[in-house]
Each structure stands twice: as structure tokens, then as C-alpha cells.
Design a protein around this ligand. Sequence first.
Ligand code: NI
Length: 168
Amino acid sequence: MSLLNILKYPDPFLKRPAEAVGEDEDVTGLVEDMFETMYNARGIGLAAPQVGVGKRLIVLDVSPVDETAKPLALVNPEIVSREGKEESEEGCLSVPELNVKITRASRVTVSGHTPGGERVQVAAEGILAIALQHEIDHLNGVLIVDYLSRLKREFYRKKIKKMYAQRM
Ligand code: NI
């Protein structure tokens, strides 16, 4: 297993829609590395594009927020139904020092495959529903900054540029 580099906004790769994982593609090694990378960064979810892999693959473990939750890896996940509305504050490992209030569906059903190729359907609510929608956004090149107003996004972009410049 190895730690992967997490791409940070405004890396243009994060804006690229990801491609479906092929039926005979083995992603088990990548899934292990993504879990390790996510736990190491103390995140509750990670999408493959965040580690520079343009594939429709996500890993989640929301147990720091909901202790009944189990780790979950989904290949080619798709939201097949949404219900209700809920606003919450979200952060993102690729978008440092920013929390954004986002309104999402409060319950979702997501279909996809396990890394082993089994078809699964996940009915989720609460933090898992939010995290699933957040990670699937990543597969479509959508980040939490995209939910900000243009003005606030511009402000954040300048702030982050200044922050990176100071680190160099
Ligand atoms: Ni994220």
C-alpha cells in the first residue's frame, strides 16, 4: 500500500469528468491506496480524480461522524433516486481551508459495483448521503467551490494563490 498525492484546487485535473471503470479493470490496489490516503488525511471520502486518476471510483468511511458506518468503495456509482433537502457545511481534502454550505438531497439511492465486480445498491441518509453526493460530484468535475457565488469563489482563489506562494 502507498500514500497517494492529493491534488488541490485549482489543479485543472479536478475539473475533468472521470471515465467509467471497465469491467475487466482491476482496481483493488488503487482502492487500498485510496483508503490509506483518505485515512491519513483524516477525510471521510475520496474520489479517484483527487489522486490524479480519471476513473469513476470513490471510497468513503463516515464512521468519524456516524459510528455505525462501515467503509465503502464504489465503482461507477450512480445516483438513481433522491429525496428531501438538507443543508450542511462541507469541506474537501482538495479544497484547503474552506467550508461551504451546500443544499443536497437528504436521502439518496446509489447503484454501482464493488471493487470485486458485484452489483450493489446503497440507500443512504444523513452524513453518508451527503458524502456520496459530494464524491460523485468529484467524478463529474464538480467541487465545493462551484457552489460559491462568483465573487466568493474569486476571493477564495486569490486567498489560496497567496497561501501557496508563501509556502514556496
Ligand atoms: Ni471532496
